[in-house]
Design a protein around this ligand. Structure first.
Ligand SMILES: NCc1[nH]cc(CCC(=O)O)c1CC(=O)O
Ligand SMILES: [Zn+2]
Ligand SMILES: [Zn+2]
Length: 330
């Protein structure tokens, strides 16, 4: 054997194996997506997202308190309005009595250390279920969409969100939101996290179920990226950096590791988030249940692959479990 053939000496001990990672999953890297509904007392199981629930504002203290004790540092809020009048422009999105603004205010007082991001989109609030405003023929009308998205984002920031994260994919919204935040005197107080490379994926099914945000007609292929479109994803990342994004995101994560790697090369000066979406989570849980692998081992393998590709921040429904697992011996 040649000397250069011997690699195993470098990783035969568990600690030495850990040293092989450039970065290891840390509690600070996890952002937990949570669903907030407009019944303050709600605590409703979501069948397609095992272990996740829709929460009412009054339940947040009991739900998040123990997780924060275990090291939860940040959440991203998704509104699920069930008792409101949806309309063409998604008016309930920034209703001051609506679930997102109520939750932001509540969480800021309950947990002053918690970093609160708010997903910004209209699909949960529009009568047609699309992420922007529409022309009469059902196609996206970009200028008013961007204006409305920016208005919602600024209202979330005014309510106290530390971060606004537009997932609508309308062209030009990053610039509009940044200008809106600056105009409101919040430009230097609120992080703008762009879902820059968000693909039209099959893996959002459980989320749409949970959020009641499936489009009532058509699909999202004219605004979310085509799964094979690497060039478009790269252009979207470059564009969002130039429009003022503070954090770049790739979504979904595991089937798009090459895009994460591209983003870390194209935006090396920005934190890079990836979203392990509802369908990825549900698949991993289902596979473990079917005996394909051990859940914890597979969840860490998925996170390690994202970190290896270049992610510095992971949005994951596994967050509560990772907080437990990270306290255990590896
Ligand atoms: N703009 C809506 C939105 N925001 C986040 C997700 C998906 C998150 C997940 O699947 O966990 C979606 C679904 C979609 O675009 O249809
Ligand atoms: Zn949407
Ligand atoms: Zn969204």
């Amino acid at each position: 054997m040649e000397i250069s053939s011997i690699l195993q000496g470098g990783y035969n001990h568990p600690l030495a194996r850990q040293w092989q990672a450039q970065r290891q999953l840390d509690k600070n890297m996890l952002m937990y997506p949570i669903f907030i509904t407009d019944d303050p007392q709600a605590e409703v199981v979501i069948p397609s997202l095992p272990g996740q629930k829709r929460w009412g504002v009054d339940k947040l203290e009991g739900f998040l308190g123990p997780l924060i004790k275990k090291g939860l540092k940040s959440v991203i809020l998704f509104g699920v309005p069930l008792n409101c009048q949806k309309d063409e422009r998604g008016s309930p999105a920034d209703d001051t009595e609506g679930p997102v603004i109520q939750a932001i205010k509540k969480l800021r007082t309950l947990f002053p250390e918690l970093y609160i991001a708010a997903d910004v989109c209209l699909c949960e609030y529009t009568s047609h279920g699309h992420c922007g405003l529409l022309h009469e023929d059902g196609t996206i009308n970009t200028p008013p969409s961007v204006e409305r998205i920016a208005e919602v984002a600024v209202n979330y920031a005014k309510a106290g969100a530390h971060c606004v994260a537009p997932s609508d994919m309308m062209d030009g919204r990053i610039r509009a939101i940044k200008l809106g935040l600056m105009g409101a005197g919040l430009g230097n107080r609120c992080t703008l996290m762009s879902y820059s490379a968000k693909f039209a994926s099959s893996l959002y099914g459980p989320f749409r179920d949970a959020a009641g945000s499936a489009p009532s007609f058509g699909n999202r292929k004219c605004y979310q990226l085509p799964p094979a479109g690497r060039g478009l994803a790269r252009r979207a990342i470059i564009r969002d950096v130039s429009e003022g994004a503070d954090i770049i995101m790739v979504k979904p994560a595991l089937p798009y590791l090459d895009i994460i790697a591209s983003a870390s090369e194209l935006a090396p000066n920005h934190p890079l988030a990836c979203y392990q979406v509802s369908g990825e989570y549900a698949m991993i849980v289902a596979g473990a249940k079917a005996g394909v692998y051990d859940l914890k081992t597979m969840a860490f393998e998925s996170a390690d692959s994202m970190l290896r590709a270049g992610a510095t921040l992971i949005l994951s429904y596994f967050t509560p479990q990772f907080l437990e697992w990270l306290d255990e011996e590896k």
